[in-house]
Design a protein around this ligand. Structure first.
Ligand code: EPZ
Length: 423
């Protein structure tokens, strides 16, 4: 396993360019299969989950190739498989998007049951309901989920929960469906809109992404030859903003969409941090002494659950008792035990993290449970005086492109090490 050795206590200073959004890339790469030819995707982050998505594309007879500089070409002219058999697919939650894309293309598809961060039961009932409403029969067995449909017919789908994955999966599956599909109560995350924009760039007829009602009018085919640049990563940007605040540093995050960061910016300012948004950048600097705040995570435009652990690491040092009520993932709190090894003073009461405040974080040896818990531990280690060791950082590599390089460029003393006894 790999780890990070971090000597904390120094403020982060400088500028960092945020990579393309993981959760947009993981939807757009499967969607790229639907045009039957070649597209060029720009601003694609070189992260583990994107490599898995590319591996799945290649296992299906299509070609996904990193062309350097954040560019990836996807050529689906050779696509010949409707079943994802590549075992790696089971390690990633977003492999479910291949179910929607392949069912739309071939009328049948199967994928290994998706994996991903263990932050709670991650049901797929809304994906199944949505595909079923369009006419697909979805079955599960032997570790696979399969869908089959004579033809997909547009229909009205109501989502009981504003599920990001189900919204995007149904939108993808509806692109070639006969007639019109409406998705009521859809997720509005930036990556939902980005995926809709990409599909529309290839000729899909999608209206209303980012609003309370998405309407997809089925088309017979999509055209290739598109070059599409995906949006910046809202969670990576938020992670760097929170790290800057936790180390009392002054950092400019570049190539972001400030509108996507509004809930975090508002909460940081409420806590006393100085936040200044430019056209495509945000500057974070020390303001008044950090104050306790209360946060509730909820679907966009609410406060993102994927920034909950990072904010806990920041608020540990705030004056007073803060709370973060988790509205999305019941097992989001896996980060608490490890962050408490740094004397963060966090307890969990039902679905709420209670952060005592006034903590002086202490360097410690900690282990990474999931992607965003890992990000929180890095922030804690950067804020704590002394040398911390963060073990098992592979989950972090699934969602952050070169995080130690970017942090080192901001003055962090961070080194990637192989755990003892590793080959
Ligand atoms: C996406 O997961 C993201 N992953 C997650 O980011 C993110 O935390 C989540 O959206 C919420 O924003 C990707 O985009 C690959 P959901 P997803 O469907 O699609 C329930 C990260 O760190 N639900 O919006 O799995 C579910 O249990 C990752 O980048 C059902 O009940 O999330 C949860 O409580 C972690 N039935 C809520 O909806 C379903 O069929 C939201 O889940 C689907 C979801």
């Amino acid at each position: 396993m790999a780890g990070f050795v971090i000597k904390g206590g120094a403020p982060l200073k400088g500028e960092v360019r945020v990579s393309g959004a993981k959760n947009a890339a993981l939807a757009i790469i499967p969607a790229a299969l639907m045009c039957g030819g070649k597209v060029v995707l720009e601003n694609i982050p070189r992260i583990r989950d994107v490599e898995i998505a590319a591996g799945i594309v290649n296992s299906l007879g299509a070609k996904a190739r990193f062309d350097g500089g954040g560019r990836m070409s996807v050529d689906s002219s050779g696509l010949c498989e409707d079943a994802v058999r590549w075992s790696e697919a089971g390690k990633m939650r977003a492999s479910y998007y291949f179910l929607g894309a392949l069912t739309a293309l071939f009328g049948k598809a199967s994928i290994p049951v998706p994996g991903g961060c263990k932050i709670g039961p991650r049901p797929l009932d809304l994906h199944v309901k949505g595909l079923g409403t369009l006419g697909a029969k979805v079955t599960q067995g032997d570790g696979f989920i399969s869908a089959a449909a004579e033809r997909l017919v547009g229909s009205n789908v109501y989502l009981d929960i504003m599920s990001v994955g189900a919204t995007i999966n149904i939108m993808i599956a509806a692109v070639f469906a006969e007639g019109t599909t409406t998705i009521e109560n859809p997720a509005k995350e930036p990556h939902v809109v980005d995926t809709a924009n990409f599909l529309s760039a290839m000729g899909a007829d999608i209206k209303g992404a980012g609003t309370d009602l998405i309407k997809v009018r089925g088309v017979s085919r999509l055209h290739d030859g598109v070059t599409y640049s995906i949006i910046p990563d809202q969670v990576e940007a938020g992670t760097f903003m929170t790290a800057a605040a936790a180390t009392h540093g002054e950092v400019v995050v570049r190539e972001v969409i400030p509108k996507h960061m509004e809930s975090l910016s508002a909460k940081l300012m409420e806590a006393g941090v100085e936040v200044e948004a430019g056209d495509d950048s945000i500057r974070v600097a020390p303001g008044r002494a950090l104050q306790a705040i209360h946060i509730k995570t909820s679907p966009y435009p609410g406060f993102p659950t994927d920034l909950h652990p990072q904010m806990s690491a920041l608020l540990a040092a705030a004056e007073g008792r803060s709370t973060i009520t988790e509205g999305i993932w019941e097992k989001r709190f896996q980060y608490v035990r490890e962050l408490n090894r740094m004397e963060a003073g966090i307890s969990v009461e039902g679905s709420m993290a209670v952060i005592r405040g006034g903590a002086k974080l202490a360097a410690a040896n900690v282990a990474v449970h999931d992607l965003r818990a890992g990000a929180a531990l890095i922030i804690g280690a950067l804020a704590a005086k002394g040398v911390s060791r963060v073990r098992g950082v592979e989950p972090i590599d699934r969602g952050y492109e070169g995080i130690e390089t970017k942090l080192a460029a901001l003055g962090a003393d961070i080194e990637r090490v192989r755990d003892k006894g590793d080959k």
